[in-house]
Design a protein around this ligand. Sequence first.
Ligand code: GLC
Length: 734
Amino acid sequence: MKKNYYLTIMLLVFPFTLSAQNNSKFTFSNPDAPIEARVKDALSRMTLHEKIKILHAQSKFTSAGVPRLGIRQLNYGDGPHGVRAEVDWNSWNTAGWTNDSIVAFPSLTCLAATWNRDLSSRYGHAVSEEFAFRGKDILLGPGTTIARTPLNGRGFEYMGEDPYLAGEMALPYIIAAQKNGVACCLKHFALNNQETDRFSVNVNVGERALREIYLPAFKKCVQKGGLWTIMGSYNKWNNVYACQNDSLLNKILKQEWGFDGAVVSDWGGATDTWQVALGGLDIEMGTFTNGKTTDSSLGYNTYNLADPFETLIKEGKIPMSVLDDKVSRVLRTIFRTSMNKSKVVGSQCSEEHYATCLKIGEEGIVLLKNEKNILPLKKGTYRNILVVGDNAVRNMSEGGGSSELKTLKDVSPLEGLRAVYGDCVDFARGYYAGRPLYDNVEPLTADSLLFLKNEALEKAKKADLIIFIGGLNKNCRQDCENSDRMSYDLSYGQNDLIGELAKVQKNIIVVTYGGNAFATPWINSVKGMLHCWYLGSMSGEALANIISGKVCPSGKLPIIFAKRLSDYGFAHYGKRAYPGIDKQVYYDEGIFVGYRWFNTKGVKPQFPFGFGLSYTSFKYGKPTLSSKQISSDGTLTISLPVTNTGKVEGKEIVELFISDPVASEERPTKELKDFQKISLKPGETKNVCFTITPEHLQFWSTANHSFIVEPGIFKAYFCSNESDIRATAVFVVR
Ligand code: GLC
């Protein structure tokens, strides 16, 4: 009896021990095996249903692995500036963890404003360590959607209006994050340049604008960064949703660019089984939800890439090769991340991460005005400093939509200033913007706003310096997902308040936060202005270090600041150009986005693209060319000396713009094609060297449907900002 008992047990348990023992022998589970061999081996062992299950969500922020084979699931986390607080398994509620407070890093527009590729790498390294520590495999970011309009609610999550700068500043972040075994999921691909009607708007855009403005940053991150995943956007292109758009995902992304990773839908971005199956989507997330609040009782098996797709495969209506390509891409992502032996354990809220956060904030802050060198503020110069403004005390890491963050530490601007200037600093709120909200609820009554305003004006009478701290915030219709701004003006009566404060005390400095440009009608009434984007956990310290002169400002604008909204290119074409009519938007301004419109049409901005002042000054010397002419596929180098002619150490960003004045298609007056950021001590000179390649010269030919370089005379402009040309060089392309 006993013998039979043990024999039965053996027979029951044996297959599992076999699979468990063999498991260590499977190629796919060998972390040292080449990834493609692991993919091939895993694919050969998976059942049809197991293949289907890894193509879609199994919860709000995970997609399945293959438990039977010991293939791990994928864990996703928002947002590009830090790891979002844990969300419930199957609802949008936060899970209420007590150990998921993290470092909020500066917004990506702030990173772009540093024009510092090394800092982008440090950013990607640090933020991916926090993602890894929280057990995430896919970081849902960064974002390189181009800033076409300053009203886009998510502008703060992106890297400005220029495709070259956006691509250059996203690339090191991605490379560093993926080196830690955390996949980046670059977003939103593509043409998601507004939040108004984001789930339904169809973008009509010309071929040149698509290729020269909206795609290049994504292409660079795929081809030079080896991007592992990319997020399809909600909007349509050519009347097909981007998450299931064959032209965009199969023809351009996968076939033309050679993308070998997985396309992840935005949450709720997949809508049609056939289009999803054949349109290039690989992982379907968040279907039947609006990506923010609504949930669905429908099971994950009802997703397009679940039972409906399995049925089409079983019926032979879609070939197994289509399924296997998707599965291979998901397996490749798993072996690159959750089953990558080199994936770091990571860390959370480390000194190094806070130091990186501070550094990026300091280098991203842009000094826009400094009349009579009112800045830096030497301690003791002013005895009664009045800080006014809601953003002086507001936590600007909360709100804004899916990029919202729960921070362990968040130094407010007021705290930062008080840490340096002590009890010289008094505070009056001046205006109140309420809690970060998704619905557009007025935060305060007129009476209470008036009280705050009068209190500030009263206190201003006793101050010998005012620092106004305002701008945008993460409320709905400010810098917030799922809504665009309704106006180019600052909200909450800030413009009037600044104007009235300036009448009381002429020593006034305005500090603004926000991811977009805005009108500055008071600019001639104030002596100084700094724009800070969003600075994350070390906000107050970064600001105080710049204001006090501990750090010399070196940030420059990645977006142009127009005097008025109507000066922007899109604004010349009416509602059809933005926000569209009947869910159809037409990018009628074509390639003339941002400064490209202003410099070609001769419109003067309030602050030019690439503008930023310093506490020191720089002189550019004469350029030296390696040759006066090159072939259309050749290269040439141009170098020029740059000297710090001031009294303090500082960093200068040398911006190279190229002009192709005679071409077969209209081109902007000049376009950014390279930049270098250098640090110089007083009196120090360094040689800055650029290599001109065909990529610097090409444009998209609508005749050839490809990039071409046409022979002719080209001009290189070495600029401190787009409008401030410090040196030029002419060369001929034969
Ligand atoms: C949101 C956003 C996307 C985010 C995702 C998950 O709707 O558009 O950027 O990563 O859903 O929260």
